[in-house]
Design a binder for this molecule. Structure first.
Ligand SMILES: N[C@@H](CCC[C@H](N)C(=O)O)C(=O)O
Length: 325
């Protein structure tokens, strides 16, 4: 079966089109396959943060459907970095450059964007729906929503905002020392332990540093994965919270979001009814074309897999190096 190794801001995935399977996968087999492929020690070519499973959409109004399987086998409702790469994949399959992709809770607009650099193609994707309601985050606290408040159960003086986009995010704006410290891992590990009373289903946790007006740095510990180079939904959610908490910025401003894996651009939009959605604009890099036997992959045997590099990773790394100049 053929797959693509891809990334957005070095948040990396295997794109697995269902059409490429030699036999259909049960839900349990899809979960196991993601765990086998993504394992950073025993997985395929260094593993990945997740699998993006692409199937036909509900009708001709969408070019396809993206399902997001985290490295631990859990399924998420959305993946911003992944959606850019799936959009590019579907664009190559259909010839379309402005279309919709079905996701768990919404059909989302995607469109080709100007390349971020030579050899670094980019896509612009819609991040939506957005909710601050505790029930939409599966967050168990004694209030309807959490916006820039401390959470005593976390044993921290930091203030947090919780928002679903639609996967759940808990975000705190911090200074540089805290951004780079141990607190993020301590809090995120606890909230993703499967036992805590606040987020029984887990949550993506991000610390954000404001670098300048409309320029932020986002570091994320992801539900179902751990620390990643970037999290597209987290960067979009952080941009929304930034626009709400910092009067220096406004909706429709273009925000530069730096992350450990590179850089994206975001824009926060507000509809007539007051609801929000975001644009996430960033690279959609194809690293390698992969081919392997499905049965081998299910066993975690990657010895016979073929791996053909596209050459795009070198271009992406040059793009990142130039960011730092
Ligand atoms: N890295 C993704 C988010 C993937 C899902 C997340 N780990 C969750 O479980 O909600 C992104 O780019 O948004």
């Amino acid at each position: 079966m053929k797959m693509l190794k891809v990334h957005g801001s070095n948040n990396d995935f295997f794109i697995l089109p269902a059409a490429n399977l030699t036999k259909p996968l049960s839900e349990a087999e899809l979960k196991l396959l993601a765990q086998k492929l993504c394992d950073r020690k025993s997985g395929l070519h260094g593993g990945a943060d997740g699998v993006l499973y692409v199937t036909p959409g509900h009708d001709a109004s969408v070019a396809g459907k993206m399902r997001v399987i985290n490295a631990d086998g859990s399924e998420a409702s959305m993946c911003g970095n992944g959606l850019r790469t799936v959009a590019r994949y579907l664009s190559t399959q259909t010839g379309l450059t402005d279309f919709k992709v079905e996701t768990m809770h919404a059909d989302l607009e995607v469109k080709a964007a100007p390349a971020f650099a030579k050899g670094v193609p980019a896509f612009d994707v819609e991040i939506s729906p957005v909710s601050f309601k505790a029930k939409d985050l599966l967050m168990h606290i004694d209030k309807e929503q959490l916006i820039n408040e401390t959470v005593p159960q976390l044993g921290s003086n930091l203030k947090f905002t919780a928002v679903a986009v639609p996967n759940p995010h808990l975000i705190s704006f911090v200074d540089h020392e805290t951004l780079m410290g141990e607190e993020l891992g301590r809090i995120a590990t606890y909230l993703n332990d499967g036992q805590n009373p606040l987020f029984p289903d887990g949550v993506n946790v991000s610390f954000v540093e404001v670098l300048a007006t409309n320029k932020i740095f986002v570091r994320t510990y992801e539900r179902g994965v751990g620390y990643t180079n970037a999290c597209g939904t987290a960067m979009s959610a952080s941009s929304l919270v930034y626009s709400l908490l910092y009067p220096e910025t406004s909706v429709e401003d273009l925000i530069t979001v730096i992350n450990p894996g590179g850089m994206v651009k975001t824009k926060v939009h507000q509809r007539q009814d007051g609801s929000y959605w975001m644009s996430l604009i960033g690279n959609a890099s194809f690293v390698a074309e992969v081919e392997l036997e499905q049965a081998d992959a299910m066993q975690g045997d990657f010895t016979k897999a073929t791996w053909n590099e596209t050459g795009e990773q070198a271009a992406y790394e040059e793009f990142v190096a130039n960011l730092k100049k």
